[in-house]
Design a protein around this ligand. Structure first.
Ligand code: ASP
Length: 245
């Protein structure tokens, strides 16, 4: 698994949310204070909507614009430009939305945007991701919950802004009578196939705030850190930098 480049790790400012909606269905409201702190000083965020599959990218960007308007931050969808790399290269902040992680990574790779996103993170430009947008910030997208509805042309390696894997929407819920694998079983398979890796299972309502080497668990819930040898709970506010190895 590729490590995070040291210069990038030292400079980065990442806000990696598990999900976008609170239990009442309100969009990006549960993490509004963290978003406000993270985006302080930015007048505009470049929004990457490529995880959206059944939602139009214009509509997706409008939804995000509405959610960020109370923070005084405008939203520019990179899809609307003929040169999304140039938009990202000039961005004051970057936001990558959720949806299907394979679709997101495939579109980033096809458009040659992986390098520019890494370069912006290494320049200390704030990066906000939620769901697929958080998983794509990891070394690979192998811990997504999504179906591989498309094939990323360059494989499953992702942005490697954060040095461990994230499983978004992490849950231990398992409906009675459901015979499919539990989430922990699926992640145990990932860890058996990728020894030495670590996964942060981020429940709904939680996020990771990575400023340089320091990584803090945000939100009111405990997360779980899974390794081949077992799992440990991390309480809200836990410092998780060591998870990256
Ligand atoms: N489909 C999720 C999202 O972006 C990502 C995941 O569950 O891994 O909302």
């Amino acid at each position: 698994m590729p490590p995070v480049a040291p210069a990038l790790r030292a400079a980065r400012r990442l806000l990696l949310l598990s999900n976008s909606r609170d239990p009442a269905g309100r969009y990006l409201v549960h993490a509004r204070d963290a978003l406000a702190a993270h985006l302080a000083g930015a007048r505009e965020v470049a929004f990457v909507p490529y995880a959206g599959v059944t939602v139009g990218w214009d509509a997706y960007a409008s939804r995000v614009a509405e959610a960020l308007a109370p923070l005084g931050v405008a939203v520019r969808g990179v899809h609307a430009s003929g040169d999304p790399a140039a938009v990202l290269a000039e961005a004051e902040a970057v936001a990558v939305g959720g949806g299907n992680t394979f679709h997101l990574l495939a579109e980033l790779q096809r458009r040659g945007l992986v390098g520019v996103l890494r370069a912006r993170a290494a320049a200390g430009v704030p990066y906000v991701g939620w769901s697929a947008g958080s998983v794509v910030a990891c070394p690979t997208i192998r811990t997504t919950n999504d179906m591989p509805i498309v094939e990323p042309p360059d494989g499953l390696r992702a942005l490697a802004l954060f040095g461990a894997q994230i499983n978004a929407h992490f849950t231990d819920a398992h409906p009675t009578g459901f015979q499919g694998e539990t989430r922990r079983e699926r992640l145990a398979e990932f860890l058996a196939a990728n020894p030495g890796a670590a996964v942060v299972g981020l429940p709904e309502g939680s996020w990771l705030d990575a400023r340089g080497e320091r990584v803090t668990l945000g939100g009111p819930h405990a997360a779980v850190v899974l390794r081949e040898g077992g799992a440990t709970d991390a309480p809200p506010g836990a410092e998780l930098g060591a998870v990256e190895g």
